[in-house]
Design a protein around this ligand. Structure first.
Ligand SMILES: Cc1ncc(COP(=O)(O)O)c(C=O)c1O
Length: 350
């Protein structure tokens, strides 16, 4: 492990390394000779997915700074906010969650119920535009540590530098062949930026494809490359001898977005169905099914490299406590603005 990583404070919430496995049936169906999966869905025992690696370092920072409170933001069904509440509470911290609307699928409702049930103090927002102001205000007022949406601060994204080094070790020990291409969803970009940097630091020739699932103004190659640079600077604070590597580009797939965040596109629904039917893997349609849909699409058009392809599963397969789309147990905790979300005759306009 890089000494830069060894000296960054961390909270032990991640269960690492996550396994790698071959997806033989899905690979056969798609005509991909070697299709592999990185099981970050198993990154934590309470809750998994890509947020846990970031939270190791973010909660480590909060505890080191002797904070009692953290404040973060996301959509109402945010995996990041939910993971932050679950592990933040476990670390003994108060957790504030500033949440804005998104289409209320059952999965979104169940995540919101789990988040409130786990003890998040909700701050209802009308739109994502309010996020920066509200976070700045809350952290100034209450002394809470501010964790940006998706946990994608340079400190949090170090978790994905470590993930790339972990992959390199699995390649070295023969658990999987060196992938030609690794595919991840692109939201706030911490996952892609950490991996881009980590793959270069590890000396792997694996290329990354980041599948955009969010508006282009947030998720794009420039934001990923910039964040990779900021992560590198952050790591240098802990190890000035760390070699500088250049992350000059990030390949972004834009075709799976579907026009709005959270839109369950037909391609994503179809990819999720294939993953379940052929491999027993549960994906969701905001992030991971769109990443898999990009693999399906590229396999069909013949634009994938011939060598091993790695699908990085960033969605928890561990069900969090209180995951219930009816919200029965948390109705009394709902702020008035959110009461309608769990109504059957909910008329949603966003
Ligand atoms: C399941 C899942 N996959 C991928 C992502 C995207 O990761 P990032 O925000 O680091 O780009 C998220 C972000 O919320 C997520 O919840």
């Amino acid at each position: 492990m890089l000494s830069a990583l060894a000296s960054v404070p961390r909270y032990p919430c991640a269960q690492l390394p996550t396994p790698v496995q071959r997806l033989a049936e899905l690979g056969r169906a798609l005509g991909i000779p070697e299709l592999w999966i990185k099981r970050d869905d198993l990154s934590g025992t309470l809750y998994g997915g890509n947020k846990i690696r970031k939270l190791s370092f973010l909660l480590g920072q909060a505890l080191e700074e002797k904070r009692h409170r953290i404040v973060t933001a996301g959509a109402i069904g945010s995996h990041h906010s939910l993971a932050t509440t679950l592990y933040g509470r476990r670390a003994g911290l108060e957790v504030e969650a500033a949440l804005f609307p998104q289409p209320p699928t059952d999965h979104v409702k169940a995540n919101l119920a789990a988040n409130l049930g786990a003890g998040a103090h909700p701050i209802p927002l009308r739109s994502p535009i309010e996020v920066p102001f509200v976070l700045a205000l809350r952290s100034r007022r209450s002394g809470a540590m501010l964790i940006p949406g998706g946990g994608s601060s340079p400190r949090g994204a170090i978790g994905y530098v470590e993930a790339a080094l972990e992959l390199a070790e699995q390649v070295r020990t023969g658990e999987l062949p060196e992938p030609d291409l690794a595919i991840v969803p692109l939201g706030t970009g911490g996952t892609a930026a950490g991996l881009e940097l980590g793959l270069r630091l590890a000396g792997l020739r694996t290329r990354l494809l980041a599948v955009r699932v969010i508006d282009r103004i947030i998720g794009n190659a420039t934001t990923v490359v910039r964040l990779a640079h900021r992560i590198q600077k952050e790591m240098h604070r802990f190890d000035p001898a760390l070699p500088w590597v250049r992350v000059g580009r990030c390949d972004v797939e834009h075709r799976q977005f579907g026009g709005r965040y959270g839109e369950a596109t037909p391609a994503a629904i179809d990819a999720a169905h294939q993953a379940r039917a052929l491999e027993g893997i549960e994906l969701e349609t905001t992030y991971t099914a769109k990443a898999l849909a990009a693999i399906v699409c590229r396999a069909r058009e013949g634009s994938l490299p011939n060598g091993p392809i790695l699908f990085w599963n960033t969605f928890s397969s561990v069900r969090p406590p209180g995951y219930d789309p009816t919200g029965a147990a948390i109705r009394h905790l709902l702020p008035p603005q959110w009461k309608h979300i769990f109504d059957d005759e909910n008329m949603w306009d966003d």
